[in-house]
Design a protein around this ligand. Structure first.
Ligand SMILES: [Fe+2]
Length: 329
């Protein structure tokens, strides 16, 4: 692994242990089985056609099997999946996703946030994602209680999972049902308020903070149809509260960006789909392995040293292998 972010000249170790984190996304690793025509009423009719025509030929079981084999060989300390585990967010797909989540590792070492496909249509929220609860942070009755009056899509979010004595993962939901042909997301005022408070509390504990979310908190570029509607408010929040790393999916491409933080830039990294056969090579399956070394600035603010490796699917060998660093930067 190559050192890519020596974030601060005066960085010093926090005394906590470094850990490795595998970042996967947009697995779409479920078959769509329709039990009733009602399953494809509304927006799901278009989604079902897209799955029949395109997606089921792109996201393949053989790639997922190679991914699981490589993950086991690399043995990261933790696995983070930034959403879109399913195609249409049907209850049977939510259940089916658990079958392969269990193969990634024990629930206390695998963390997920939902994506727009998981919230495709109908009610989205705690009830829909109940089978995934064990993968959504430490049990936190306070977060559930504080979000009780919220939009159901953001109840129980952000979740927090503390890692050892000096790091934490924070899972933000940007997933909610949208109108046909839209794949937008939103974090929402109430969830952002909770997120800012949590980031402050975790900084006070001296923890390196890794935020997982599906939509990138970046300007939309060409695709307003797929944007995070409150990306600007999220960037303002990160500039005030800080985080040491933000990981996202959704774009199906590798991205390395930065947003402003209170103590310097915060890396924002996107990973492509980790299950795509890659009929377009730029979209071939990848995942990222990060080594996160918690540290502090001289003023005590958390600051991590970060390095990473890109691992990609090779269709010839049918296996994942390390790719060059330039693939991400
Ligand atoms: Fe997405």
């Amino acid at each position: 692994m190559t050192d890519r972010f020596q974030s601060h000249d005066a960085w010093r170790p926090a005394g906590g242990e470094a850990f490795t984190l595998a970042h996967l996304s947009d697995l779409h690793a479920t078959d769509v089985r329709l039990d009733s025509p009602r399953d494809v009423l509304n927006k799901r009719a278009l989604g079902w056609l897209s799955w029949r025509r395109k997606r089921r030929k792109e996201h393949l079981r053989e790639v997922l099997e190679a991914l699981i084999e490589d993950l086991h060989a690399c043995a990261p300390d933790h696995v983070g999946v930034t959403g879109d585990l399913t195609h249409l967010g049907l209850p049977a797909e939510i259940e089916a996703a658990v079958e392969w989540l269990e193969r990634l590792g024990p629930a206390e070492r695998v963390s997920i946030v939902p994506g727009n496909h998981d919230a495709y249509a109908g009610a989205a929220g705690a009830e829909r994602w109940a089978p995934w609860r064990a993968y959504m942070g430490d049990a936190d009755a306070r977060a559930e209680a504080e979000s009780a009056g919220d939009d159901p899509a953001t109840r129980g979010f952000p979740w927090v999972r503390r890692i050892g004595a000096s790091a934490a993962l924070i899972g933000v939901s940007s997933a909610r049902p949208t109108a046909p042909l839209l794949a937008t997301g939103v974090v929402g005022d109430a969830q952002r308020a909770r997120l800012e408070k949590q980031l402050g509390e975790l900084a006070a504990e001296g923890r390196t903070r890794v935020v997982l979310m599906h939509h990138p908190p970046l300007p939309a570029g060409q695709s307003r149809r797929r944007q995070l509607d409150d990306a600007e408010a999220m960037r303002a929040l990160l500039a005030r509260a800080g985080a040491e790393l933000v990981l996202h999916g959704h774009t199906h491409e590798s991205h390395l960006d930065e947003v402003a933080g209170p103590h310097g830039p915060i890396p924002v990294i996107g990973v492509p789909s980790s299950s795509s056969i890659g009929h377009r090579p730029a979209r071939r399956a990848r995942y990222h392995l990060y080594r996160v070394e918690p540290g502090r600035c001289p003023d005590g603010a958390p600051r991590c040293r970060l390095s990473w490796q890109v691992r990609g699917f090779d269709p010839e060998s049918g296996r994942f292998a390390a790719e060059g660093d330039e693939k991400l930067a």
